[in-house]
Design a protein. Structure first.
Ligand code: GLU
Length: 293
């Protein structure tokens, strides 16, 4: 891997990008944009590589038919990716190992709060700080004593593991940042998302943890994704630093919106690639619709 052009814009080559959908529904036109964006970013250089990753840690929401459909849609779009495709559900041991490393740092704590507890707390304190994912976790379980934690765990109470972000920020040696190709270098604000969950109650990992492990394992050097995930990059840089993983560059692209300015969602059947294709749209039509023609 070769590094760097100038201190402001470290370009790590070869450029390795990825598209990382979750098979929880059919891909829509917004996904087509993200996937083509990632592939084009890689193809700009002769030795660029484009990878596909299936983010299927949530077995209750992911379905094999959506996974099959996503391969079909992406092939139809004309995308080519390396095989084998990394499927997160095949790599739970990797996430467990990273969690274990973090557990040793004593930066994690068990959180017993239920969804109802979280809703109640958010409603009781409307002025509570809000992050991009909703109200920031108020830290209820952060202050539990060690014996309280132990007795609840022994009693069989289900618990998630959260990262104590303030504590984590104190252990980082100096400020950290990331390069966003569209925005320049951005200083990480670790506290913006609060104490994020790194292991869910039902799955012993989480989106944040799995993504940083996968990007490192797959050698991704340029993470391209929608700007709706810009906040997550602050969390990911903290995790990469704690886990001593390489720092990729980022490009958070604008989200594709409909004529009313609303972003496309998986539940809108009309804009799925499958529906557009059934209506007779061609690959070229899709590229035109998303402004990549
Ligand atoms: N799986 C995520 C999604 O479908 C994308 C994750 C990422 O690009 O980091 O929104």
């Amino acid at each position: 891997m070769r590094a760097t052009a100038s201190p402001m814009t470290p370009i790590v080559t070869p450029i390795v990008t990825r598209f990382a959908p979750s098979p929880t529904g059919l891909l829509h036109i917004g996904h087509a944009y993200s996937a083509l964006f990632a592939e084009e970013a890689a193809r700009k250089t002769a030795d660029g590589r484009f990878l596909l990753r299936v983010e299927d840690i949530d077995a209750s929401r992911c379905r094999p038919e959506f996974e099959a459909a996503l391969y079909e849609d992406l092939h139809w779009l004309g995308l080519h990716w390396e095989t084998p495709v990394r499927r997160q559900s095949d790599h739970m041991a990797d996430y467990a190992a990273a969690l274990e490393t973090l557990r040793h740092t004593e930066l994690l704590y068990p959180c017993f709060c239920t969804r109802k507890d979280l809703q109640r707390e958010a409603a009781a304190s409307v002025s509570a700080p809000h992050g991009p994912d909703g109200p920031v976790y108020p830290g209820t379980c952060r202050t539990l004593t060690a014996p309280e934690r132990k007795s609840r765990i022994i009693g069989g109470a289900p618990y998630a593991l959260r990262l104590d972000m303030a504590k984590a920020a104190r252990t980082l040696k100096g400020p950290i940042s990331f390069l966003d190709q569209a925005r320049g270098r951005i200083a990480v604000a670790p506290l913006g998302c609060g104490d994020v969950v790194l292991a869910r109650k039902d799955i012993r990992t989480s989106y944040h943890l799995a993504v940083v492990i996968d990007d490192a394992r797959q050698g991704v050097t340029l993470v391209t994704r929608g700007e709706d995930l810009l906040h997550a990059t602050h969390v990911h840089r903290v995790l990469q630093t704690l886990l001593k993983l390489p720092e990729p560059a980022y490009h958070h692209h604008a989200l594709l919106r409909d004529a009313n300015g609303k972003r496309f969602a998986k539940r809108e059947a009309g804009v799925t690639l499958a529906a557009l294709r059934a209506d007779g749209a061609t690959r070229a039509d899709i590229r035109q619709m998303i402004g990549l023609a």
